[in-house]
Design a protein around this ligand. Structure first.
Ligand SMILES: [Zn+2]
Length: 214
């Protein structure tokens, strides 16, 4: 496997970077990403592949369960990275993107599964309230339904957490920032977006039928 990674670097340098050297050299001038994309560390998600974007176009925060602790976050990498993206880079959009079959969301539903991983156990505490609510729902009999529900509600909870940051509320109030909640299903490629008007997740085309701001 490691050989594959090293061979990949060689291929990248010769077949990708060299022919597109002008494009990569331009990156040295700085970055002006189109969005802050907050997603899970899961290896089955590739934000640039999913959104068909290039280097310089997405600023990314990744962690187990695509979470952002509410402000203030002592020593939190997520909060600091978020502040840099909003206050310095001025990203016009923040997307929180959960996904199907998320291990962190499974652990949130069954915290005992993370008993031997103290740091992970503490991390998924961030979504405990959401998981407890979903576990208590009697209309969700099967585990797949509960997993979908907690994945969606966790995204909405992170949107709420984002709004606890002064830089975020300030940028939203100024009309410079929009928040988006998505869930990506890698089995069929579908992405559903949170529609605030109905409180539900709908296909991307439906969610943005009124158009989007650049
Ligand atoms: Zn995940």
């Amino acid at each position: 496997m490691m050989e594959n990674l090293i061979a990949g670097i060689n291929r990248f340098q010769n077949k990708v970077h060299a022919p597109r050297s002008a494009e990569f050299e331009k990156l040295a001038d700085g970055q002006e990403p189109w969005a802050l994309f907050i997603t899970c560390s899961d290896s089955r998600i590739d934000p640039n592949l999913l959104t068909q974007t290039k280097p310089g176009e997405l600023f990314v925060i990744r962690n187990a369960g695509n979470m952002v602790p509410a402000f203030p976050t002592p020593g939190g990498g997520e909060g600091g990275t978020l502040e840099f993206a909003v206050a310095v880079l001025g990203v016009p959009h923040i997307i929180v993107c959960g996904h199907s079959d998320c291990g962190a969301m499974k652990a949130a539903l069954s915290p005992e599964a993370a008993a031997t991983m103290p740091s992970l156990k503490q991390w998924i505490e961030l979504t405990r309230e959401t998981a407890t609510e979903v576990n208590a729902r009697t209309d969700l009999a099967a585990q797949p339904e509960r997993l979908t529900a907690v994945t969606e509600r966790n995204v909405v909870a992170q949107l709420d957490n984002l709004r606890t940051y002064p830089c975020v509320t300030k940028a939203i109030a100024a009309g410079d920032l929009e928040l988006h909640g998505w869930v990506y299903d890698f089995t069929n490629g579908e992405v559903r977006a949170y529609a605030e008007s109905t409180g539900s997740f709908v296909p991307l085309a439906e969610a943005y039928q009124g158009g989007v701001r650049a």
